[in-house]
Design a protein around this ligand. Sequence first.
Ligand code: PLP
Ligand code: COI
Length: 356
Amino acid sequence: MLNIRIEKTTEPKQKPAAGQKLGFGKIFTDHMFVMNYTEGKGWYDARVVPFSRISLSPAAMVFHYGQEMFEGLKAYRGADGKAYLFRPDMNAKRTNATNRRLCIPEIPEEDFVQAVKTVVDVDSDWIPREEGTSLYIRPFIIATDEFLGVAPSQNYLFMVILSPSGAYYENGLAPVGIWIEDEYVRAVKGGIGFAKTGGNYAASLIAQVKAHDEGFSQVLWLDGVERKYIEEVGAMNIFFKINGTVVTPMLNGSILPGITRDSVLHLCREWGIPTEERRISVEELLLAQQNGTLEEVFGTGTAAVISPVGKLRFKDDVMTIHDGKIGPLSQKLYDAVTGIQRGGAEDPFGWRVLVK
Ligand code: PLP
Ligand code: COI
């Protein structure tokens, strides 16, 4: 258990007005969680302090070799007015899986969850109330040694910042168009694809810019070796409903093991819908589209929640899915997941966690 010092701001900021369009990740709350690590000493000086700039050496290792990790989860205002998290233990586990891959020291799972709960509680008045809004939580760790050699840092900062946010995509639940990328790849087995670390996202920007220029919201990546099999989207995992079965790429080391992905698989199984985690080729999708069995496509992610896909483009082929409208399963999953998160629905798996 961490001993967390709390220093409250004397200059609270103006909170967004009720009904104000929040966007995603643009507004930050009054406080942040900070904790230091030094080799031989471990994690120390856990504190919640006023949100502020931080000072680092220009030689800090994070700037040069990208030794860093981040997570993403949300706090929700429940129907009862209380603050809730969704499966934060899963973010704690994934943090340590990322940390092990990047030679960043692990954080005890319960300390990670305690840090998140504490800072969310201090800023709980910032959790927005409108439908579709939440407080996005961004925990992250950076390597801070002042050193230009390539080696694991001996000092780190763990921080948690908070951002009241609306839908990740501008048009909310409206189906998005997705570009299947055949030139660039995101990750290969043995690399860092399964880890939540900045480098994966830096490497994705060029394809994202290309997709935007072509009028698509995100990139769907193919496997890095054969460029045949579906991996995941830039900020979501991907699901297909083909002939009544819900299919998603298996966790193969190069895609992020999404917490929403895992939740959707649990819900589908609970509802008796057949599910498969396996390889899916683009060719299989094109065939399913042609013979009318590609019923729905949707992405899953903390920021994106359940995001219906209305259009998929691969080279010169454009697949329109469910007439470009949200499908019944996507809608049912969206209602179920957000219902559990906010407390309007039953929580059969005990996923909703009270902040305080
Ligand atoms: N895939 C990528 C690349 C992501 O950035 C995210 C978002 O965190 C996801 C998938 C979905 O993961 P989760 O459902 O845990 O948010
Ligand atoms: C998420 O937290 O859902 C993310 O995908 C993070 C970010 C890339 C938006």
